[in-house]
Design a protein around this ligand. Structure first.
Ligand code: SF4
Length: 458
């Protein structure tokens, strides 16, 4: 099942797609279900139980804040981060929230929002249960799973084994790199053309371009906002924003660039840092494919736009469509959730997507694109998720900068070849999946291992 470009690239808020956007969407969906059942106005109390990775790292990933906002009817794609801050403050100050934005109830956060750190729900590490009770004792409960990239499934989806999104009639369905290359060869189409043809099943070309340009604009705005912010990131780790200082260094002493041909790497680092610092601060970002890894695709895309000759708006669209086609293969055949397979599913996948997108935008053949995607993941295999303090800051922010540079390297390696190579993308995706299965739970977004236990918080 191919998932849509617009399911992989979602505009939302930080710091985490699975721990912030997913729970916010789930809470919002639960309230909507209450409304549809004509229960909303009679609800007196709502409780939320978080399990597994959501309970273990939810505080650092702002899951509590996301649940409050979702219950109040806020959705990640429409939220204004500044207004959201005020809303959360008001809920906490008054101990009351308006369910779905309309029905006021008491909400005692310490009592009604529980982090069940020793329990895990059966389907996925990111499980949550919402329960609503009316004044006359009637109760309604639902379980949701945040399965990565902001996507949410409920128990009925799990029972049907249904995908969370997508599922439209497309002319070129594919579920492996091999199939994708076969379609490209048979139809004489680029990977971006195949992705566009599939999107055309639900959207006109004009609508596709409007959406792609909106993603490009949101990524660019995130970079620019991140460059303009200073200070310490929230959460107590005392991590300083580095993007503004690096930007000053690059622009105030531009003559240094003439002496150092690797200055381009500093710019790529800057753009990735800017996005991930914004993400860590709860700002507006685009999942690519997740929030934790949201800096890699924008940084490499801007590298394409600023540092490669003949970059065009159409090239940007080709970049995004190709990157999404590759991301969709990982989503279907392995995972894009750090809680399931470690950081290889987030930063590794983003690196693979960006490498493929850049290669396509630079005119690479489908074989070279597949090669770039494979290299992008091969050298991220085994990457663990061990965020210090449960915050999406260390190692996440820097890891995006390194991942972006690695994606450019993967693309360059692929572009000097002819597309033939020893390890296929499908083999590396399967290896990533199996490595994730073998990975100790401590390294899957629990903050119970790795840097999270070896770095002392201060
Ligand atoms: S270590 Fe990687 S997977 Fe884990 S939170 Fe950070 S970016 Fe996400």
């Amino acid at each position: 099942m191919v998932c849509s470009t617009f399911d992989l690239f979602k505009i939302g808020v930080g710091p985490s797609s699975s721990h912030t956007m997913g729970p916010m969407t789930a809470a919002c969906r639960f309230v909507e279900a209450l409304r549809e059942k004509n229960l909303l106005e009679r609800v007196e109390r709502v409780e939320c139980d978080l399990y597994g990775s959501l309970a273990l790292t939810g505080k650092g990933h702002a899951t509590d804040r996301a649940v409050l906002l979702g219950l109040a009817g806020e959705r990640p794609d429409r939220i204004d981060p500044d207004a959201a801050e005020r809303l959360v403050f008001a809920i906490r100050e008054t101990g009351r929230l308006k369910l779905g934005g309309s029905h006021a109830i008491a909400f005692d956060e310490a009592r009604d929002l529980r982090f069940n750190q020793r329990e895990k729900l059966p389907h996925h590490s990111n499980g949550m249960r919402f329960t609503a009770t009316t004044a006359d004792g009637e109760s309604e409960s639902a379980v949701y799973y945040s399965v990565g990239g902001g996507a949410v499934v409920d128990e009925s989806d799990v029972a049907r084994n249904a995908p969370p999104e997508g599922g439209w009639d497309m002319p070129f369905p594919f579920s492996s790199g091999e199939q994708l290359l076969a379609i490209a060869g048979r139809e004489e189409l680029a990977i971006a053309d195949i992705a566009r043809a599939n999107e055309r099943a639900g959207l006109s070309d004009e609508e596709i371009d409007i959406r792609l340009d909106a993603i490009d604009a949101a990524m660019a705005a995130c970079i620019d906002r991140g460059i303009g912010q200073t200070g310490i990131l929230p959460g107590g780790l005392n991590v300083k924003r580095r993007a503004p200082g690096l930007y000053r260094l690059l622009t105030e002493r531009a003559e240094r660039a003439l002496q150092d041909p690797l200055t381009v790497i500093d710019w790529v680092n800057l753009w990735a840092l800017a996005v991930n610092e914004e993400n860590a601060a709860g700002g507006k970002v685009v999942t690519a494919p997740t929030n934790g890894a949201a800096g890699i695709v924008p940084a490499v895309l801007r590298y394409y736009q600023r540092f490669t000759p003949r970059a065009t708006q159409n090239g940007t669209r080709v970049f995004l469509l190709t990157a999404a086609a590759i991301g969709s293969l990982f989503k279907e055949n392995a995972s894009i959730s750090g809680a399931e397979v470690g950081c290889q599913g987030e930063v590794g996948v983003a690196c693979s997507m960006a490498a493929a997108g850049l290669t396509a935008a630079l005119g690479g053949t489908p074989g070279q694109v597949e090669n770039a995607a494979e290299i992008g993941m091969e050298h991220n295999l085994g990457l663990t998720c061990d965020p210090v303090g449960g915050l999406v800051q260390v190692p996440c922010i820097e890891r995006n900068a390194v991942g972006a540079v690695k994606a450019i390297e993967a693309s360059r390696l692929a572009l000097v070849g002819d597309g033939s190579h020893r390890v296929s993308l499908d083999q590396v995706i399967e290896t990533m999946r199996k490595t994730g299965l073998d990975m100790n739970e401590r390294y899957k977004e629990t903050s119970l291992g790795g840097l999270a236990v070896n770095v002392v918080e201060c």
